[in-house]
Design a binder for this molecule. Structure first.
Ligand code: UD1
Length: 333
């Protein structure tokens, strides 16, 4: 089976390409290197001992996407390519809407033209907004997104829903990720945000490796067990494996799955566990809440287990170890 992976050199994309190659899929990556780097190609080849094709193109370029589909005739698409910085999306909404929506529209048109029937889409728990109930099931209300990035994820889901309604032999699997962290155990690929990280784990590893002075903990007055925000962190390798299960799933129309562990950890839990596992200090200070943040968010991942046969296998200690190992390898330690 030939799979076209957009954004296949990014954080989640690269780990998914590794799993695909390890499972004998033929892989074609389309990535414009906006938020990824070309040396990931060699890293993936070293890890897997296998080759894949790369088109260094923008998924928003309709003519190029048409050409690529014409040449490659993929059997399925996994669509990761998107802008993903929440704060930036608030300041540059049109850039986010254009990039994150046009790419999907182009893919849908090419899929229709070249008879490619399946798409797996990279969505986010952010579509649930501030959840009414916990843990979050796929039946929970969506909407109430608090930033343009989150809105583009929800709009993409709506586009794919309408697309599958109008074309009843097409199918879409929507994967709603909780908080992906960790890295491949080789330490060769992982998360490399440009500039100062916004997300918790990339920030923690940079404080631990002394690139940044201290972590700011955004609020300790939430209604959680220690007052700090609680999230469902999931190892990126587990998440990558979920995409293979989604490809293998013979569904009709559209279906939605939460990919999380079902366990919530607070910011302080994360700091303490990181320090214990990696035997390194993470200095921090408590500051005000970050606007738009919610107190608690964790998945009910039962549906993914029942329907896809997928379950997160790696624990919080694996996530801590692999995140730190990646940054140390980057620094040549
Ligand atoms: C964020 C995005 C979400 C996106 C996800 C990708 C927001 C509001 N949401 O989720 O849409 O899908 O990233 O992984 O940005 N924290 C600190 N100090 C820091 C950074 C974070 O205390 O320097 C806290 C946050 O307040 C939160 C937790 O750590 O309680 C996790 O934050 P983060 O890693 O940014 O993820 P989310 O906010 O859950």
């Amino acid at each position: 089976m030939k799979v076209l992976v957009t954004g296949g050199l990014g954080f989640i994309g690269s780990h998914t390409v590794v799993e695909l190659l390890n499972n004998n899929y033929e892989v074609v990556v389309v990535d414009n290197l906006y938020n990824s780097s070309i040396d990931v190609v060699d890293k993936i080849k070293i890890i897997t001992g296998r080759d894949f094709k790369l088109y260094q193109e923008d998924v928003c370029n309709k003519e190029k996407i048409d050409e690529i589909f014409n040449m490659e005739k993929p059997d399925a698409v996994i669509h990761f390519a998107a802008y993903k910085a929440v704060g930036e999306s608030v300041n540059k909404p049109i850039m986010y809407y254009r990039n994150n929506l046009v790419s999907t529209l182009n893919l849908c048109e090419a899929m229709q033209k070249y008879n490619c029937k399946k798409i797996v889409f990279s969505s986010s728990a952010t579509v649930y907004g501030n959840p009414d109930v916990l843990p979050i099931t796929e039946e929970c209300r969506v909407g109430g997104t608090t930033n343009p990035y989150g809105s583009t994820k929800l709009m993409n889901e709506m586009i794919l829903k309408d697309f599958t309604i109008a074309n009843d032999d097409f199918c879409a699997v929507i994967l709603r990720y909780f908080n992906p962290i960790g890295a491949h155990e080789s330490g060769l690929i992982g998360e490399k945000p440009n500039g100062i990280p916004n997300n918790l784990m990339p920030y923690i590893v940079r404080v631990a490796s002394k690139e940044l002075k201290e972590l700011s903990v955004f609020g300790n007055d939430y209604p959680t067990h220690d007052g700090t925000g609680v999230r469902d962190y999931i190892h990126v390798v587990d998440l990558a494996k979920g995409h293979l299960k989604a490809l293998e799933y013979n569904n009709r129309g559209i279906d939605y799955f939460n990919l999380g562990t079902g366990i919530g950890y607070s910011v302080l839990d994360m700091i303490n566990t990181f320090e214990r596992v990696n035997k390194v200090k993470v200095p921090y200070k408590i500051v005000d809440r970050r606007p738009g943040d919610i107190a608690e968010c964790y998945a009910d991942p039962t549906k993914a287990l029942k329907v896809l046969g997928w379950k997160a296998e790696l624990g919080i200690e694996d996530m801590m170890r692999d995140s730190y190992n990646f940054i140390l390898k980057q620094k040549g330690n």
